[in-house]
Ligand binder design. Structure first.
Ligand code: DSN
Length: 420
């Protein structure tokens, strides 16, 4: 059952309670490999579900528009202080509702509609909000996009430099949603300096790895850093913007009153808790284990004939190109879900297929590492992926059902915060 118990909810609204229980059980039973997901601690869960949700707090500590901020002000200050200490930044804003609003705030702060901005192309691993055409950021700004190299699958820094010199963007984004390799923050910083652009490091995927010392930090290279708080950082659904002192007030004004109303104070509390958890030695061990698991899984998948974009991973994320496997990404992801292995279909660089039916799948090890799986379980996970992908191509549902039952047998031995 869900833990903490949801007894009042069960009494008041059995329909919603039943769905919450079912989701908790689903999360317990599956091997969750969606690269942007995790399991938060029970403490983070508790902080998210508190009376703090009742309070409006437009403004910033000491400068609010509504009365009654005696508790919220020190709470938000605590979250900000913890973010600054953990990441070693001069300024932090913990109010963005999520990653997209956080990124949008950087546009409002440092560019005007019609200005040129630059980011990694979405099909190459970038994010919608880095100027992709269907996003407001690509409609209201002139998005120019860099790619990864065809031969290495890694960001093409020559192209980044050439494009920046010819297009003179106001903002350059580095980072993305399907980037399996270390982001070269110093190289991006050099380019941004040369063309006088604001470098924004979107570290949403790798924030926890950076906090735990398992990925280089952008601090000192990117003056502005955006992140969600719920991926490898293992906090609640939310976001933060961090910066040097020079960019702080423009960013604060962009978040409020530029884009948002009242901050979600229950989320602020949960972010504060997650930041405290991420500052301890156990979290550093976790972050390094996430990377070790991803490397072991990448190796085991390669041994089984899978083609990994860039040939492997430096972080938590693996991108598989299924072109050689007689099955596309979407049916493979759906079959894996039926087998109890949850991931998402994803475009691969230079994908000839359409985004809603692409050639790849994306996976990550943040959540399974929280459950306690280690490198010794990765060959088994790779085996199940291999067996299921083959079974899906052959229409062999019996084998997929057998894998689902084996997966449930394994996950039953690994506790999950939120389920007892
Ligand atoms: N949806 C997130 C991800 O899965 O990477 C990015 O916004």
């Amino acid at each position: 059952m869900h833990d903490p118990a949801i007894s009042a909810l069960t009494l008041a609204d059995p329909d919603v309670a039943a769905l919450v229980e079912a989701e908790a059980q689903r999360q317990f039973t599956k091997i969750r490999l969606i690269a942007s997901e995790n399991y938060v601690s029970t403490a983070v869960l508790e902080a998210s579900g508190t009376v703090l949700t009742n309070k409006y707090s437009e403004g910033y500590p000491g400068r609010r528009y509504y009365e009654g901020q005696q508790i919220i002000d020190p709470l938000e200050t605590l979250a900000v202080t913890r973010a600054k200490e953990l990441f070693g930044v001069e300024h932090a804003n913990v109010q963005p509702y999520s990653g997209s609003p956080a990124n949008l705030a950087t546009y409002l702060a440092f560019a005007s509609p019609g200005d040129t901005i630059m980011g990694l192309s979405l099909p190459m691993g970038g994010h919608l909000t880095h100027g992709w055409s269907v996003s407001a950021t690509g409609k209201w700004f002139r998005g120019v996009r860099y790619s990864v190299r065809r031969d290495t699958g890694r960001v093409d820094m020559d192209e980044v430099r050439d494009l920046a010199r010819s297009e003179r963007p106001k903002i350059i984004f580095c980072g993305g949603t399907a980037v399996p390799r270390t982001i070269d923050f110093p190289a991006f910083a050099e380019v941004a300096r040369e063309v006088d652009a604001v470098l924004v490091a979107d570290i949403a995927h790798i924030a926890g790895l950076i906090a735990g010392g398992a990925h280089p930090s952008p601090v000192g290279h990117a003056p502005v850093i955006t992140t969600t708080t719920h991926k490898t950082l293992r906090g609640p659904r939310g976001a933060m913007i961090m910066s040097d002192a020079a960019h702080a007030s423009a960013l604060d004004r962009a978040v409020f009153p530029g884009l948002q109303g009242g901050p979600h104070n229950h989320t602020t509390a949960a972010i504060a808790v997650a930041l405290r958890e991420a500052s301890g030695p156990a979290f550093a061990t976790y972050a390094h284990q996430v990377v070790a698991n991803a490397r072991a899984l990448a190796e085991a998948l390669t041994e089984r004939g899978f083609d990994l974009v860039s040939g492997g991973t430096d972080n938590h994320l693996i991108l598989i190109d299924l072109t050689g496997k007689s099955i596309a990404g979407k049916p493979a992801a759906q079959a894996l879900d039926r087998a109890g292995i949850e991931l998402n279909y994803n475009a691969v660089p230079f994908d000839p297929r359409k985004p809603f039916d692409p050639s790849g799948v994306r996976l990550g090890t943040a959540a399974i590492t929280t459950r306690g799986l280690g490198v010794e379980q990765m060959p088994q996970v790779a085996d199940w992926i291999d067996i299921t992908v083959k079974a899906a191509a052959d229409g062999d549902e019996a084998t997929i059902a057998r894998v689902a039952s084996e997966v449930a047998d394994l996950t039953a031995h690994y506790p999950m915060p939120g389920w007892a």
